[in-house]
Ligand binder design. Structure first.
Ligand SMILES: N[C@@H](CCC(=O)N[C@@H](CS)C(=O)NCC(=O)O)C(=O)O
Ligand SMILES: [Fe+2]
Length: 358
């Protein structure tokens, strides 16, 4: 079976796609975004899949890829079109090649026009295709920078995308209105630029009069993407992980600490228990020297916490304390983590408890 997720970066309106083979657990990510690397790595971990490839549909002008970063973190390899002129890829793709993940594969179709190196990735059974910035939903990518060409894009769409089965679902690299998916049939009929009886001259006329400002990030993004997302030498280390403890980042966006890690570093952190007083004194007990600050009072009582020491929040099962992490971060505490699984897991794993019953 195929595992499939559509992810969104709201800064650049970019869609990233995760596809995995449920049997072998091998996964690929199409068009991952640098700032979302931590989120995407968390999803890979939580789904229990192994990232084997990051795939670019093209050298993007509006965001930096996390291909290089995910390679450092997860050991994935980077692939994009040989026509992209990028350095540092593990594999340069030619039209007609296949990228395997477990028993599944994606076929590579060259679909230039937005850039020379634009490709569409087509799933083995042709039930879905990832069109990058060539065909967008009821739209198309621009042709006024990089190696853009309306005539080239027109033939890519008509010959290489509209020739797929009419039911094939199409997933673009961007949508600026929140639309998520379309189909070959829909775009053949309703794409205002490329569908119906529109001719190449009509299309070129349309595209040459878009008059859009260049993407804000173009001068940063293109050079970085030509290095597959490797930061330039001397660039500030991006987005470093916390160093006060080995933590896990969840797809839900929360830094978590595992019970055995908390027990090891107990003396270096302040534990804040955000349950109600009767729970704190109740059968589950509490962690030694935990400060009782019920969630509803946390914001008002934040001055009772030591801003110079990391905070671990705790509750019964880990839900309220996750909200406490978000609140404390908003209040300016940077080193905050949630005790994964709360008191329930802490006890189940046999860590020491004060009070409570057997
Ligand atoms: N305002 C966006 C523009 C992004 C943009 O131009 N995106 C390109 C793809 S790299 C495009 O083809 N957009 C189609 C459109 O805006 O209609 C930004 O500054 O990032
Ligand atoms: Fe693009």
């Amino acid at each position: 079976m195929l595992i499939f997720r559509q992810l969104f970066d709201s800064q650049s309106s970019t869609y990233t796609y995760l596809l995995a083979d449920s049997r072998s657990r091998e996964a690929v990510l199409i068009d991952p975004v640098f700032e979302q690397a931590r989120r995407d790595a968390a999803l890979v971990h939580e789904l229990g899949v192994r990232l084997v490839w990051t795939l670019e549909t093209h050298v993007h002008a509006d965001h930096v890829t996390s291909g290089w970063l995910l390679k450092q973190r997860l050991g994935s390899r980077v692939a994009l079109s040989s026509a992209s002129d990028a350095d540092g890829a593990d594999r340069l793709l030619e039209d007609g090649e296949r990228i395997a993940f477990g028993e599944r594969w994606l076929g590579v179709r060259a679909t230039p026009g937005h850039t020379n190196g634009c490709v569409t990735y087509v799933l083995d059974d042709q039930s879905m295709a990832f069109t990058g910035d060539c065909l967008l939903i009821r739209g198309s990518g621009r042709t006024d920078f990089q190696q853009g060409s309306p005539a080239t894009m027109f033939s890519s769409v008509r010959e290489r995308i509209f020739s797929l089965p009419s039911t094939c679902l199409l997933y673009p690299a961007h949508d600026y209105r929140g639309l998520t998916v379309t189909s070959v049939e829909e775009e053949r009929r309703f794409n205002p630029r490329l569908g119906g009886d529109v001719s190449v001259t009509d299309f070129a006329g349309y595209m040459n009069n878009l008059g859009l400002p260049h993407p804000k990030q173009i001068d940063v993004a293109v050079p970085a993407n030509l290095r597959c997302g490797q930061p330039a030498a001397g660039a500030a280390a991006a987005d470093e992980d916390p160093t006060w403890a080995p933590l896990t980042f969840t797809f839900g966006g929360i830094w978590e600490i595992q019970p055995h890690v908390l027990e090891e570093i107990r003396n270096r952190v302040q534990v804040v228990d955000v349950r109600e007083p009767d729970e704190f004194a109740g059968p589950l007990g509490h962690i030694r020297e935990a400060a009782l600050v019920p969630l509803g009072t946390l914001k008002a009582r934040k001055t009772e916490l030591d801003p110079g020491r990391p905070v671990v929040t705790v509750c019964r099962a880990g839900a309220r304390s996750a909200q406490a992490v978000v609140m404390l971060q908003k209040e300016g505490f940077s080193d905050v983590a949630n005790l994964a699984g709360g008191m329930l897991r802490w006890r189940a794993e046999g860590h020491p408890v004060e009070g409570g019953s057997g």
